[in-house]
Design a binder for this molecule. Sequence first.
Ligand code: NAP
Length: 505
Amino acid sequence: MLELRSYVGGKWVAGQGARQALVNPATEAPIASASSEGVDLGAALEYARKTGGPALRALSFAARGALLKAIADAMQEARDELIELGISNGGNTRSDAKFDVDGAIGTLLAYAETGTSLGTTKILLDGEGIQLGRSPRFHGQHILTPRRGVAVHINAFNFPAWGFAEKAAVALLAGMPVLSKPATSSAMVAHRIVELIVEGKLLPEGALQFLAGAARDLVERLGAQDVLAFTGSGDTGERIRAQPNVIRNSVRVNVEADSLNAAVLGPDVAPRSDMYELFLKEVVRDMTQKAGQKCTAIRRVIVPAQVAQEVKSDLAELLAVIKVGDPADEDTKMGPLATASQLAEARGGIEQLGGKIVFGSAGKILEKGFFISPVLIEGPGPVVHEREVFGPIASLIAYSDNPGEIVARGNGGLVCSIHSEDPAFIEHTVAEVAPWHGRIYLGHPKVELSPGPGTVLPQLVHGGPGRAGGGEELGGPRGLAFYLQRTALEGARPVIAKITGAKQP
Ligand code: NAP
């Protein structure tokens, strides 16, 4: 059985004491173990600050972008191996595992290109220079420079490759060293990616460290120049943000948490139309891809009352052909949940949602493994706007008037999709839901090859207010700002011009 190690201080270090078992969620067989006990976290943070930070800051944006390209290439070469690990350790179908690995590679490549376009500069200009007095000599210019600490990344279990890459790409490009901690239960994919980076010497020493196992007191050790990007449950996010040192040192924290993503069908959409079929396809994809364990998955299906019965029976028909089973079998369309506790949580969530189950069941469907069938609920209780059930579970909600108002009850989400061809309805609904969301997806059958609302794109921001954590990641060059300090330079224009031979992001 593989013993996952941490990569800290330029060495692979085995944790001591009791080890947490990592299992194959389809068979429940233990396949690896991890422990962070005994790993010197203080030394790891110092190593990043003293070694990785200066090494990265010595490079231009273009040079850092080239490092990201090399990581993407190494992952591409090891793609099959990474996919196999996603299947065995994540319970992913082959298609789900590809989604994770290819999403990671695509994000690294997108930020490699951003690096190229920012060029040989090491500091960024933020906006145009500003004349501050009567004379053009008195000048102001905002600049962005990399923070001098460590970017600590704590990831959720559901996207071990993509979650790692989407955070690491942005921090490394910005010039901050990374200490990455995957969720322990599915850490094998991220562990292998870090092995590839270390084996290939793809990054300067100290630019990337990796913690296998529990975070222990990692967050408590962060100081004023460090940043923390966290993805996971709202409860853990809340605990992290409330750490006294985080408050005292104003540690920059980005939280990506729960989200009750909604899909809204417009009143103009006729059953059987292309728009209607697209809506159904996207709901079913989001419910079943990665067994619904996507932070962006549709949880609330909000449809006009007059078509609710039709939507219900059409969704049930489409869900009925989703074969649930061992992802190692080629014809399996949906694998298990990631862990026994996720399965228990999902079952509890279904019960809590109330309403009537109109497709599937919360019960056992296979002897071994953390399997659950897709579940469609009609007429759930008000808890549907409060409780994220992290699995292949969605609730159907009928509206007669203003769906945007129903969407907003979710108290902040990552993405809301709207399927309609009525410009007035779209405009009104966008205005209603935009303040509550980081992204709005406007479904249209003529947009070919659209990945749907559940796919996070590196060019667009990912995050959301309120329940979704109040964070924002990615968004092309926008994402860099989290790792950079904005400073206003104020002085004589020629002096400022001389020291800022830099590009705007
Ligand atoms: P979780 O239990 O909160 O764990 C997330 C991460 O936090 C794991 O790496 C975990 O490590 C770590 N952790 C747990 N307690 C900690 C502590 N006290 N201090 C520091 N780190 C700690 O969440 P999860 O079950 O992995 O993920 C599911 C949730 O993530 C869902 O609610 C989902 O919506 C959310 N999610 C959000 C996004 C987004 O972008 N908004 C994306 C994906 C998932 P261990 O594994 O070692 O315990």
